[in-house]
Design a protein around this ligand. Structure first.
Ligand code: SAH
Length: 218
């Protein structure tokens, strides 16, 4: 396995070439992703690909998103310290780590118990555990009991924006969600203003499916 120094170099290059050189402008996002050891969220055999410009496989047939996509979604979510964020699809826990580093109070839902367990351990190891609550659950319709949320980030693809998620946004809240077909989606930002939800598209993307009543059938 590569040493910590080598990984730090790769991390800095990832931030420059994959984030700054494209259109990621939010300094706090760049700083968080320049600090968090992404390799800690992968199994040992995959650590060499931690800073690849691609999604990487994790357990249970799932993926950790491409760094650029994590940055883009986080930037769109525009989180301020202390805000409450719901993440659907904990996966490796990396996105939750980025949100916690920005000062968010995160509730993250994951349907695979094994992934939830691993993510919990990694976040605790990195000292980010206190800001992140992970629950094993079908989160495809959110979690109304713990809402409303200043931000909702869905890191799996849905066929449409579930109304339940719109309803769980606080006033001024933002929802970032990939919407479309199983094999190709559009990244949508949905902002709530009273009973208006303003949607803006932010390019194409490919995510694993969100499974359940608010997503796709298994
Ligand atoms: N954010 C993750 C990537 C998630 S991949 C990271 O940073 O690594 C998408 C995840 O969504 C998978 O782990 C998958 O198991 C989970 N998922 C899919 N449908 C779900 C549902 N209905 N509720 C909770 N998690 C779900």
């Amino acid at each position: 396995m590569a040493g910590a120094e080598e990984m730090a170099g790769e991390r800095a290059r990832m931030v420059e070439r994959q984030l700054v050189a494209r259109d990621i402008r939010d300094e706090r996002v760049l700083e968080a992703m320049g600090t968090i050891p992404r390799e800690a969220f992968l199994s040992e055999v995959d650590r060499g690909r931690a800073y690849a410009d691609a999604a990487v496989g994790i357990d249970a047939g799932q993926t950790i998103s491409q760094p650029y996509m994590v940055a883009r979604m986080t930037e769109l979510l525009a989180i301020r310290p202390g805000e409450r964020v719901l993440e659907l699809g904990t996966g490796s826990g990396y996105q939750a780590a980025v949100l916690a580093t920005l000062g968010a109070e995160v509730l993250s839902l994951e349907r695979h118990p094994e992934l939830a367990r691993q993510a919990r351990a990694r976040l605790d190891d990195l000292g980010l555990g206190e800001r992140v609550r992970i629950q094993v659950a079908d989160g495809s319709l959110g979690d109304r009991a713990s809402g409303p949320y200043d931000g909702i980030i869905v890191t799996a693809a849905a066929p449409a924006v579930p109304q339940e998620l719109r309803d769980q946004l606080a006033e001024g809240g933002r929802l970032v969600i990939p919407v479309g077909a199983r094999d190709l989606q559009t990244l949508l930002l949905v902002e709530r203003h009273g009973s208006d939800w303003i949607e803006t598209p932010h390019g194409g993307c490919i995510f694993v499916p969100l499974i359940g009543p608010g997503g796709f059938p298994e």
